[in-house]
Design a binder for this molecule. Structure first.
Ligand code: TYD
Ligand code: MG
Length: 460
């Protein structure tokens, strides 16, 4: 094989350079050049074909095909034996898929994957490639988790060429790479964990998965900026990106589908940590409520719908007189800019000013809420803290808040209301378009609002 050449590509503009330099001469960005492998051109009939002449088209080259003539081979799925993981994967593990599992160090990625290989057992032969721990550490972890040791095969290796060589000879159906940041290819001189090494190794593994039908799991540590090894280089290469989230103090862990070619995005799987590893929480709707003995100011409960099921989640706000010229706005588990926008709406359309106050908002349980249905409960919690007056007892809220102070409907209102009523809530402040015709759902009173001012009135 001809020796592969390397070049340097600007990660901002994509310009290619033959030498490393501090600044990209094309776009002027600093420190963006990253080393890549330049594959030698393959001289095949297809490559020799001119782009204009039809005559040269080789017999084996792709043709335009009507979709009716395409044989549908439904993807084959295998249930991993961990229900919450199967749910996030979109209903089981798809053959030949590449799944990236990202998360902070110590959140439980290795534990989850080892448990999965244990429950897959003899059903699908697997190899757990560890670049971080020794084989003895993996074995003792498996023992601690009470997993059957017989079907578990591990490999302590970090060189991608040797991993693929081993995988080709032992032919696993599931390959776990823990973690992609430790893997390196002989083709590049960059250090393991650098963007170019991670990208090249992941590309090789993706090719391996597609060619052999092996399902590949890549573990990726999240960097300080929140991306997986640099500017999200891996996300577009893989079929699914799952993020493992959770507060370090909480024993609950949430696995979220951020991207999934084979299922719904934002689908959540919920786990609880234990001595014996992660346990599924198949009915998680009430675990994100904090246990207050009585009504507390600054707390509101919302019903969010992440993926395909509703969840009751508490938001807490603390509003405090600021001593800064530029008061702080801190949002944990929510988008910061959205909070600033909501405070402006609260001022203009609710008549409540917070410009001289520090505002802190936190979603209980360390989960991230991305949907706009959180707008109304966030505003109500801020209002409650500002006035130091609890919201009416056993109340939930959801709804998007528009810039002109209108409360807009959100999808699946009925399902959210049912879930709240099921958990014994007595009052729901919801967008008018989401309210059912009857004034009650079960025992729960429905307050339908069209404008922010009506919602504020409902909290008196
Ligand atoms: P680990 O799976 O190694 O995290 P990651 O691979 O994401 O860095 O888990 C970190 C530590 O937490 C490890 O020492 C085992 C422990 N742990 C439990 O004891 N119980 C659990 O349920 C989980 C998930 C982890
Ligand atoms: Mg680990």
């Amino acid at each position: 094989m001809a020796k592969a050449k390397t070049a340097y590509v600007c990660t901002d503009c994509g310009a290619e350079h033959s030498k490393w330099q501090g600044q990209c001469v094309d776009c002027g960005a600093w420190n963006t050049l990253s080393e890549i492998v330049v594959q030698p051109a393959v001289k095949s009939a297809g490559a020799a074909r001119s782009t204009t002449g039809y005559a040269g088209a080789a017999a084996g080259s792709p043709k335009v095909t009507p979709l009716t003539a395409v044989a549908l081979n439904a993807e084959t799925r295998t249930l991993t034996g961990i229900g919450e993981l199967d749910r996030v994967l979109g209903g089981g593990l798809v053959d030949g898929s590449v799944v990236l599992i990202g998360g902070d160090p110590g959140i439980g990625k290795s534990t989850l994957l080892l448990q999965m290989l244990g429950t897959l057992g003899a059903q699908l032969p697997s190899v757990y490639v560890t670049g971080e721990e020794s084989l003895a550490q993996v074995a003792s972890r498996a023992q601690r988790l009470d997993l059957p040791l017989a079907p578990l095969h591990a490999l302590a290796e970090t060189c991608i060429e040797r991993i693929i060589e081993q995988a080709l000879s032992s032919r696993p159906r599931v390959l776990v790479i823990d973690s992609i940041q430790t893997i390196w290819t002989e083709l590049l001189t960059a250090a393991p964990g650098s963007v170019s090494q991670v990208r090249e190794s992941a590309a090789k593994l993706t090719r391996f998965a597609k060619e052999t039908g092996t399902s590949v799991f890549l573990v990726g540590h999240v960097t300080k900026e929140g991306g997986i090894a640099g500017p999200r280089v891996l996300e577009h290469m893989v079929d699914a990106v799952l993020y493992f989230e959770g507060e370090s103090g909480s024993r609950f862990r949430v696995l979220r589908a951020f991207k999934n070619r084979f299922g719904a995005v934002n689908e959540l799987g919920v786990f609880a940590m234990s001595e014996k590893g992660l346990r599924e929480v198949p009915n998680p709707s009430a675990i994100f409520l904090s246990a207050h003995s009585g009504p507390t100011s600054g707390s509101a409960v919302m019903v969010t719908r992440e993926g395909t099921r509703p969840l009751l989640v508490e938001v807490q706000a603390l509003v405090d007189q600021s001593s800064l010229g530029n008061p702080r706005r801190v949002a944990l588990g929510l988008e910061q800019n959205r909070l600033a926008m909501l405070l402006a709406v609260l001022h203009r359309h609710g008549g409540v000013a917070a410009y001289d106050q520090d505002v802190f908002v936190n979603v209980v349980g360390g989960i991230r809420v991305q949907e706009t249905a959180a707008d109304l409960p966030v505003l109500l919690s801020v209002l409650s803290s500002l006035r130091d007056r609890p919201l009416p007892e056993k109340t939930i809220a959801f709804g998007e808040v528009g810039l002109s102070g209108e409360i807009r409907p959100v999808p699946n209102g009925e399902e959210r209301l049912k879930e709240a009523a099921h958990h014994g809530f007595q009052k729901a402040i919801v967008p008018k378009a989401n309210a059912p015709k009857k004034a009650k759902v079960g025992e729960m009173e429905i307050v339908a609002v069209e404008r922010l001012s009506q919602a504020i009135d409902a909290c008196r």
